[in-house]
Design a protein around this ligand. Structure first.
Ligand code: F6R
Length: 242
């Protein structure tokens, strides 16, 4: 079931997203969070930091598993997703760093790193709340449109469009990694609840395709239609067609 929430501005977007995560942590302090990087959740993470500083929420007993990580960047590279999570959230709240998990993008053997992440997720049990952004091509995590999708964590070749979209964070497109480790569609759909977030007019069409279009591997986010508990948080621009 998909429950769409449309908000009017950035502040409401961040408050609503953070509110959903905070309520979960209040009712279940040991919650397992599935986290995303990218621009969309940054303000939500900022609001969560505020809620933590105000004493409204604690992450002390929580644990987290990130969706994906670039292959080939050292963990302390400013654009690695591990670094992003430390900078934007983990370093500012009381989560124990050892309870935060991001695939290992700089392992000597990336296939083993993906298999290890798969095992880690299996041992963790069910993720309580999985956060997702949405790629312009319909990707979730780095599950790119393709003739077939994979269930467990795996290595992907990033779409040219994805590399171009993410080049804004690097000095040039040549520096954007070509491969990543991502949770698979199966890992994502296994979560108890999913929070998909999208902002901006440039996401309106893909939001409509994902939520109302046919379920197809050419739009990986369309598989969210098969999940029993999805909340979709949109601003008015991204929600224009749904
Ligand atoms: C990030 C991720 C990606 C992004 C998507 C949207 O961990 O897995 O799927 O969520 O590319 O990115 P933004 O939010 O930058 O538009």
């Amino acid at each position: 079931m998909i429950n769409i929430i449309k908000v009017n501005n950035e502040q409401q977007f961040n408050e609503t997203g953070a509110g959903i995560i905070a309520s979960l942590l209040q009712s279940k302090p040991r919650a397992i969070l599935g986290l995303a990087t990218g621009s969309t959740p940054v303000g939500v993470y900022g609001k969560l930091i505020e809620l933590y500083l105000e004493g409204v929420v604690s992450f002390k007993q929580a644990s987290s598993y990130n969706l994906d990580e670039y292959i080939g960047l050292p963990a302390n590279h400013p654009e690695s997703y591990r670094q992003f999570m430390n900078d934007k959230l983990f370093n500012h709240i009381d989560i124990l760093l050892e309870n935060t998990h991001v695939p290992s993008g700089n392992a000597v053997d990336p296939d083993k790193a993906a298999a290890d992440y798969s095992e880690l997720l299996e041992n963790a049990g069910q993720i309580d709340l999985q956060l997702l952004g949405l790629g312009h091509n319909g990707h979730i995590g780095f599950n790119e449109p393709s003739d077939e999708l994979q269930g467990p964590p795996h290595i992907v070749t990033l779409d040219e469009r994805t590399r171009q979209a993410n080049a804004r964070f690097f000095k040039s497109i040549d520096e954007v990694p070509t491969h990543a480790i991502t949770m698979g569609i199966g890992s994502i759909l296994h979560a108890k609840q999913i929070l998909l977030m999208a902002k901006g007019a440039d996401k309106a069409e893909i939001v409509a395709q994902a939520l109302k279009g046919p379920i197809t591997t050419q739009c990986p986010a369309s598989f969210l239609q098969t999940h029993p508990n999805v909340v979709v948080l949109l601003d008015q621009a991204a929600g224009r067609l749904v």
